[in-house]
Write a protein that binds this ligand. Structure first.
Ligand SMILES: [Fe+2]
Ligand SMILES: [Fe+2]
Length: 317
């Protein structure tokens, strides 16, 4: 692969930090179905993360393991390995919420089966001959991941600052999952973009893959929210509506439509670099006090972080 990056966005060096996967332990026993009290619409809008992320982040890991041999910068290579370890943990942690939803009468399987197909088949390796076609498809997926990571960092920054969720009495375990994950998204927010720049950096590819990723995210998100609302056993005629999404944003339960709209030109600016947005200091401060990360660090019960890190070892594709 050749580095054809003609754009040199300003990266904020002080926002860089060495990455490691953290063990976490969550106990879902006391988490209610509507973990934002009295707001099933916002609850299920955020719950869509549990449908998309297990397969989506497994896909990140799958693609990045194939990219490792092409990385010539040792620091970036270390960042990518740390990123792989963190995303493997995120995928597992969201996957672990699904049995809890099922116990509460909300079986996610019909939806997750479709999401699995999307990431494993449609965005999978495809039967391509070695050489240019295979490298082209790898570059496309690396660029798509950079675009998606713009939104995971956006959401991470949002949830770290979403005080309205605390004021509303949102379930502390779910908030901790979202903030632990969100904080690591903020912590590693530059990795996917730096990797894209390192391998390719073509601006037309950035725009094209952003359009694909953004359209897919909007489609999957509204469909996932509709799925949860329609299948929620406590709602007699559950429907997802745009007005509820806008209202959730106004009340601070969800990102506002204005903030989502502003995120678009931000990513498409030629001067954009993820380190310009969000705070690594704030993310690390949360990770230091996250109950699940603290419990995971002290018990080391799952050993999943270490396993994820070792799975991400060079040549692991
Ligand atoms: Fe993640
Ligand atoms: Fe991420």
């Amino acid at each position: 692969m050749s580095n054809t990056a003609s754009l040199r966005p300003r990266s904020v060096a002080s926002e860089h930090t060495p990455l490691k996967a953290r063990n976490v332990a969550f106990d879902w026993a006391d988490t209610p179905l509507h973990w934002i009290p009295g707001d099933p619409s916002s609850t299920h809008t955020i719950n869509v993360l549990h449908l998309l992320l297990p397969a989506g982040e497994r896909w990140f890991v799958h693609v990045y393991k194939q990219v490792l041999p092409y990385i010539r910068d040792p620091e970036l290579r270390a960042d990518v390995i740390g990123f792989i370890g963190q995303e493997a943990m995120h995928s597992q942690a969201h996957d672990d919420v699904l049995p809890h939803l099922k116990e509460q009468g909300l079986d996610p399987t019909p939806y997750t089966a479709q999401v699995d197909w999307l990431f494993e088949k449609l965005l999978g390796d495809r039967t391509l001959p070695p050489g240019r076609a295979r490298v082209w498809w790898l570059k496309e997926r690396v660029a798509m991941i950079a675009a998606i990571e713009h939104y995971t960092a956006f959401l991470g920054d949002w949830v770290l600052n979403a005080r309205a969720l605390d004021d509303r009495g949102a379930d502390p375990t779910m908030l901790d999952l979202l903030r632990w994950h969100g904080a690591e998204e903020v912590e590693h927010r530059s990795v996917a973009f730096d990797l894209f720049l390192h391998l390719d950096g073509d601006y037309r590819r950035r725009v094209r893959t952003w359009a694909t990723a953004f359209t897919a995210l909007v489609f999957l998100w509204q469909r996932g929210t509709r799925f949860f609302m329609a299948n929620d056993p406590t709602l007699s005629n559950g429907k997802a509506a745009l007005k509820d999404f806008v209202r959730g944003g106004r009340q601070g339960m969800l990102p506002t439509t204005g903030a989502i709209a502003r995120s678009i030109p931000q990513y498409l600016s030629r001067a954009y670099h993820p380190s310009q947005h969000g705070s690594t200091e704030q993310a690390l401060a949360y990770l230091d006090r996250s109950p699940a990360a603290t419990r995971g660090a002290s018990t080391g019960s799952t050993g999943a972080a270490a396993a994820a890190q070792s799975d991400a070892a060079p040549g692991g594709a």
